[in-house]
Design a protein around this ligand. Structure first.
Ligand code: NI
Length: 433
């Protein structure tokens, strides 16, 4: 229809028509999807999914029931998918099945901790809790999937729905990338709920927003014995204390004060009683930096300091670095413009908050390292909910009123991206669907 219609009208008119439709499009998806997401039917759908997942939390690479629930929902919506990827991962496909391809992502795993919030839908699994809101992330992505599928005739390419396992230290995103899910994909968007930003607002920024993260563990070996005859033993407790103090000099004395880096020793395990010096001490910690170069330098120096400082005290040391290292999360500058345009249309200028970079780490970094990526935070704070404890607290709570915002943003970011990056002439029909 388009091809027979356009040649009959003057070129400048065609141009004007394209221009105005382009602008209309910018506003069309964000307001449409936010209205849909807030409708009682869609909202209740997401709340139900989120509460079901909250009651049944699963740890990284063990998200079998979560994965099954996602596949059942996609089946019900008529959305094809690939699974399993990286053990429990699922990737759904909505749209034409043709390029361009854009991805939206949710993480599925819970944490090994006991929920302390007393409510109707409290975790049913002792020692397991969705304390980071990944249950809400899955609900939002399924909500987005539903809206995109209902509007599939308007999609001018394909949206990948990426449900990944093991965000919390397991490197699930890395495994998904290695499985090739991002082949031919132009961009990926990810979100996290935020207890620090107001409901109806988002926080984001271009460039590095979260640090690269590594974990180390060291074993310091001496020669244990009676606490009262230190001359006959080699004390790994004192050696380890020197090591910890020396490690604290790496950031304070060897790095640029204007370039943020962190070394923390959070684990120190040695003897069990007052009057016995143990044979060994185990130390463990984390180190963080924004650039790969600084990160690798820290890694090199941590190993060197532990081994040499142990030697000063006549101990032996071995150092292990736990893989994988998480790269820094770096938001693409072009996607930042896209994000701001979509989010401003949906939420208004005042509701796009500047995100200050932090030393936290996020598995999404593996996606954003492979292709242009954008990670943003969706506010949950309001007066009705009162004080919301931060993620990884046993008192963490999700404000479910944020679900429509996350779903509508993910769906709009993807649909608008496809329209702005469509390839070739506008297809006259979507019969292939
Ligand atoms: Ni999280």
């Amino acid at each position: 229809m388009m091809s027979s219609f356009f040649p009959r009208i003057p070129l400048f008119l065609t141009f004007l028509l394209l221009l105005s439709s382009h602008h209309a499009v910018r506003a069309e998806f964000p307001s449409k999807f936010l209205n849909m997401a807030k409708s009682p039917e869609q909202f209740e759908y997401m709340v139900r999914i989120r509460r079901t997942l909250h009651e049944n939390p699963e740890l990284g690479y063990e998200e079998f029931e979560t994965s099954k629930l996602i596949r059942n929902e996609l089946d019900r919506m008529g959305i094809p998918y690939k699974s399993p990827i990286a053990i429990t991962g699922v990737v759904g496909y909505v749209g034409t099945g043709h390029p361009p391809f854009v991805a939206i992502r949710a993480d599925m795993d819970a944490l090994a901790m006991q929920e302390a919030v007393e409510w109707e839908h409290k975790s049913k699994v002792p020692g397991r809790m969705h304390a980071c809101g990944h249950d809400a992330h899955v609900a939002m992505l399924l909500g987005a999937a539903k809206m995109l599928q209902e509007n599939r005739m308007d999609l001018e390419g394909t949206v990948l729905l990426v449900f990944q396992p093991a965000e919390e230290g397991g490197g699930g995103a890395k495994k998904m990338v290695e499985a090739g899910i991002l082949e031919n994909v132009d961009a990926i968007f990810g979100l996290h709920v935020s207890t620090r930003h107001p409901l109806g607002a988002v926080a984001a920024n271009s460039g590095p927003i979260l640090a690269g993260n590594g974990f180390f563990e060291a074993k310091i070996t001496g020669k244990g014995g009676h606490a009262a005859i230190p001359q006959q033993i080699i004390d790994p407790v004192v050696a380890s204390s020197s090591i910890i103090v020396s490690l604290q000099h790496l950031v304070s004395r060897e790095t640029d004060p204007l370039d943020s880096q962190v070394v923390t020793v959070g684990k120190f395990q040695g003897g069990r009683t007052f009057n016995v010096i143990p044979d060994t001490v185990t130390l463990g910690g984390t180190f963080r930096a924004f650039s790969k170069e600084n990160f690798m330098q820290l890694k090199h120096r941590i190993e060197e300091v532990i081994i040499r400082q142990a030697g000063v005290q006549r101990c032996n040391a071995s150092v292990n670095f736990l893989s994988p290292f998480y790269p820094a999360t770096i938001n693409d500058a072009h996607l930042d413009k896209h994000f701001r345009a979509v989010a401003e249309t949906m939420l208004g200028d005042g509701n796009i908050k500047d995100l200050q970079a932090s030393m936290g780490a996020e598995d999404f970094a593996f996606f954003a390292e492979a292709i242009p990526g954008y990670f943003y935070f969706v506010g949950m704070a309001n007066e009705t909910e009162g004080l919301l404890e931060s993620g990884h607290s046993p008192y963490f709570r999700v404000n479910e009123a944020a679900l429509p915002y996350g779903a509508a943003l993910q769906a709009s970011l993807a649909a608008t991206y496809l329209r702005e990056h469509r390839q070739g002439p506008v297809p006259s029909s979507h019969d292939e669907l």
